[in-house]
Design a protein around this ligand. Structure first.
Ligand SMILES: NCCCC(=O)O
Length: 228
């Protein structure tokens, strides 16, 4: 059987390389590395716009990863921006929310990573804590902390034991979106993973598996694709 094609969202950023200083569709290299290590083929998805484009893209994929990045604009979850919330990335919010909607509508297996979990929660009507401390190793440095699985969840079938994970976030899930259940917590109670129970495969993790060596979560996504 051919390897499942896993799309990973990318984002436009100004970038410099060689003689060039241009907008580029960026993705940290750990994401495709992780998908390949888990047995998938990685496809980087350039930003586009709107639900039609998102549905067209998702229809060609076997699975979708929504990657980490900027803060979700608080208006998306009915809140005023706090002074600690970063500048909005409106086009990115629109595009990735459309990708998530398309994946949910089509039953395409979906993994949200960091911002991807936060967006999944917002897509389902949930809200975010706009600032928390203790989940980075300092500016631009990944930290590490333990996450404990909630027994009986999809996540717990993938990673049954408490695990130390690479972490870099200053926001987190507050009120869970419709249908989502928590599937792992940090020691301070932060929701570190959430999932949609049911026949599909929809999971978000707050940490950054692409910065570590544990491939089990993405292996779960690849297996879900293979058995769809
Ligand atoms: N809010 C965007 C995802 C990362 C963070 O929470 O810092």
């Amino acid at each position: 059987m051919s390897k499942p094609l896993i799309g990973i969202s990318t984002y436009l950023e100004p970038a410099k390389w060689g003689v060039w200083d241009l907008p580029a569709a960026l993705l940290p290299a750990g994401y495709p590395r992780l998908v390949r290590a888990a047995g998938g083929l990685a496809a980087m998805l350039p930003p586009d716009d709107g639900p039609t484009a998102a549905a067209e893209v998702v229809a060609r994929l076997d699975g979708l990863v929504v990657a980490g990045g900027a803060d979700v604009e608080p208006v998306r979850y009915g809140a005023e921006p706090s002074p600690r919330t970063g500048p909005p990335a409106r086009e990115r919010d629109t595009w990735e929310l459309a990708l998530i909607d398309a994946a949910l509508a089509s039953g395409t297996p979906l993994l949200g990573i960091c911002r991807g979990l936060q967006l999944l929660n917002v897509a389902l009507g949930g809200t975010l804590v706009q600032h928390l401390e203790g989940h980075t190793g300092g500016r631009g440095v990944f930290g590490e902390h333990t996450v404990k699985p909630v027994p009986g969840t999809l996540y717990a079938t993938l990673v049954p034991e408490a695990a130390d994970v690479p972490t870099y976030h200053h926001q987190c899930v507050d009120r869970l979106g419709s249908g989502l259940i928590p599937s792992a917590h940090a020691e301070d109670g932060t929701v570190e993973a959430a999932e949609l129970p049911g026949p599909g495969w929809v999971l978000g993790v707050q940490w950054h598996p692409e910065m570590g060596e544990d491939t089990r979560v993405v292996e779960g996504l690849v297996r879900a694709v293979s058995t769809r």
